[in-house]
Design a protein around this ligand. Structure first.
Ligand code: PEP
Length: 266
């Protein structure tokens, strides 16, 4: 799929929270409070809660995503989950989240292999990139993000990734789960830098068509600052996505942006 106008996407990353017993109820509560047809809503629960969330949001127009996928299709990888195993459970997948880079030692090369499996498996990837605090303070944020992007995207066909609906999430590591968000201006500047990297890699007009989200302590109180940036197309939301009130506020604000962009596009 190649979007004519970039969609506004609000994706919930539940991380290692919820159980199969309570995930459905939370998903239903979020679905019931976020019915905005112009906003692409996605919920990414733990693997074991995918079926419960899928069933809970059936008919609601909400995408269900995994938080990771393995770089191989099958084999001796104890405890891992491959793309084919997600058939019927998920249609999206988060890749390269900084917590996986930190906890599981995921490199850009590994993430690139996961991207291949995701695309082949019909999963819409949300590829996460972002710098550490010292890298931002050292003036190297754009360079770090560019390196991550080039590493993960190497060898991939831009048209194929665009058809798969690739979404890029800019998530400064120092803002994730810390309550300290980046500024809207910094997020907007990084979203533009990300598209410059894509253009330099030969993506042409597909760079402009690729949604870029912000992630890092996004809440209903600060989402407007990010959505005011024309280059930012939504948010990957962690902690706040476990609260239906927060999701209601975030998606309601996203709907305002979606309507405004639609009107501006004519
Ligand atoms: C995330 O997990 O991708 C995230 C952005 O988390 P939080 O919103 O809690 O910072």
């Amino acid at each position: 799929m190649i979007w004519a106008m970039r969609p506004i996407v609000i994706a919930a990353n539940w991380k290692m929270n919820t159980t199969p017993a309570d995930a459905g109820e939370l998903a239903r509560a979020i679905a019931g409070r976020t019915r905005e047809p112009d906003v692409v809503r996605v919920i990414c629960p733990p693997f074991v809660c995918l079926a419960a969330v899928r069933d809970a949001v059936a008919g609601e127009g909400i995408g269900v995503g995994a938080q990771n996928v393995h770089g191989e299709l099958a084999g001796a990888h104890t405890g891992e989950v491959s793309a084919p195993m997600l058939a019927g459970l998920a249609t999206w997948v988060i890749l390269g989240h900084s917590e996986r880079r930190r906890d599981a030692g995921e490199t850009d090369e590994i993430i690139g292999r996961k991207l291949r499996r995701a695309v082949d498996g019909g999963l819409r990837p949300i590829l996460c990139v972002g710098e550490q605090l010292a890298e931002r303070e050292g003036g190297r944020a754009e360079e770090v993000v560019a390196t991550q992007l080039r590493g993960a995207l190497e060898g991939h066909d831009p048209a194929e990734l665009a058809r798969a609906g690739l979404v890029i999430a800019y998530e400064p590591v120092w803002a994730i789960g810390t309550g300290r968000n980046a500024s809207g201006a910094d997020a907007g500047a990084m979203a533009e830098a990300i598209r410059r990297v894509l253009r330099a890699a030969g993506w042409g007009t597909l760079a402009e068509a690729t949604p870029v989200l912000y992630g890092g302590s996004a809440t209903s109180a600060n989402i407007a600052e990010f959505l005011a940036e024309p280059a930012v197309d939504g948010a990957l939301v962690g902690g706040a996505s476990l609260k239906p009130d927060e999701m209601a506020g975030i998606v309601a604000r996203a709907a305002v942006t979606a309507a405004a962009r639609r009107a501006a596009a004519g």
